[in-house]
Design a protein around this ligand. Sequence first.
Ligand code: BG6
Length: 475
Amino acid sequence: MSIVLHPSFPPGFLWGGATAANQFEGAYLEGGKGLSVQDVTPQGVLQPRTPAPTPDNLKLQGIDFYHRYAEDIALLAEMGFKVFRFSIAWSRVFPRGDEAEPNEEGLAFYDRVLDELEKHGIEPLVTISHYETPLHLAQTYNGWTNRRLIDFYEHYARTLFERYGKRVRYWLTFNEINSLAFHPFTSGGINTPKEELSNQDLYQAMHHELVASAVATKAAREVSPSIRIGCMILAAPFYPLTSDPRDVWAAKQAERESYAFGDVHVRGAYPGYFLRRLREAGVNLKITDQDRRLLADNTVDFISFSYYMSMCATATQEVKPGPGNLLGGVPNPTLEASQWGWQVDPIGLRITLNDYWDRWGKPLFIVENGLGARDVLVTGPDGQPTVEDDYRIAYLNDHLVQVAEAIADGVEVMGYTSWGCIDLVSASTAQMSKRYGFIYVDRHDDGSGTLARYRKKSFSWYRELIASNGATLRP
Ligand code: BG6
């Protein structure tokens, strides 16, 4: 395998980090905010929920970004961030989700966040919906199974574009839109328990989200021509477990589960392989002529994705799916795993970038990548608390070397925002101890801690990397 000796990133490459409102804002009922589906899922997105918020849900307090945003953004600026990805909590703007008028206090909070970013010259990258459907929409309409959600989402998105469209250039419509099948409640506000959800309802909900994404793209272009809209896909290359052609086909099929979402967003229509899959599952999607036109006429400007791991697929062997992220594939015997069982595969990122570029030919934005690990706080040489997180530096370095390789392969990459740039609450496990950040937050799984922020060793590593536009990477 060739290695680029001098990693080269284009001028203006957007270096930064990513977060989501429900995992870091806290203040879950302040400023007129309503409840979201996350406020009632104390065990993480994959677990059964409780009907009401419980104090053991670490997400309710998050890491208190709601009150500490100025201090936090100053720290990101100190690292030289060019871009900061965050989501707007839908239920902060429309507490129930179906109101005619937005909650001014919620909108004003994001004005203040944008003021702070502007002060430091950091470009915002906003996710409109990151697993944060208002709870009322889940309980009253059964979330995205109901077509009316398209109108509520359009109203919400248009409100955001009108308010912030001149200040925010880059927008993502739905976080990991292909995750609906894995956690329908948190991804799609679907109240029906996963085991009871029919394929018909599941895929109809998926269709509604895809149409809503197109409707938002249309609205954005009407409001402000400078806006750039991206879809956001949970990416994971699938490798055949063996060279048996049946395993190769199984891997292809597994990847198409995600490709379908990009195909619709980029090509504006459902691909044939996906329609076959629906037919065979007995699903009869209700697609109107207007839906078809909306999808065809409002394709995205760029494709963003999260990348944490690759997986294997097999049709020939009985292998249990390993622990891993939401997709849960067969483990790869050649790879090591993180403390949470997520297999580490930097080359998989180069493969993903090349595959997506070859398939769609649209600019790509890596909006999540990183290592969730247990950190130990120690006293640094300057007497300040810190974390010697060489494992995180190695993980990020190795992945970014593969990004440089992909750029050398000719792939157009807009930027890279590492996940959880400041420690936040895990989505899949709702733990604080699964940390991704360059900045340590003094908060623990039992809810204790001062919430103080400390710079980890990776903080200065990333600062130097950004300042050199990637030249300090070690191939
Ligand atoms: C992605 C989500 O799937 O993975 C994030 O978009 C999430 O919200 C991230 O936090 C990492 O997962 P986890 O479970 O380690 O927090």
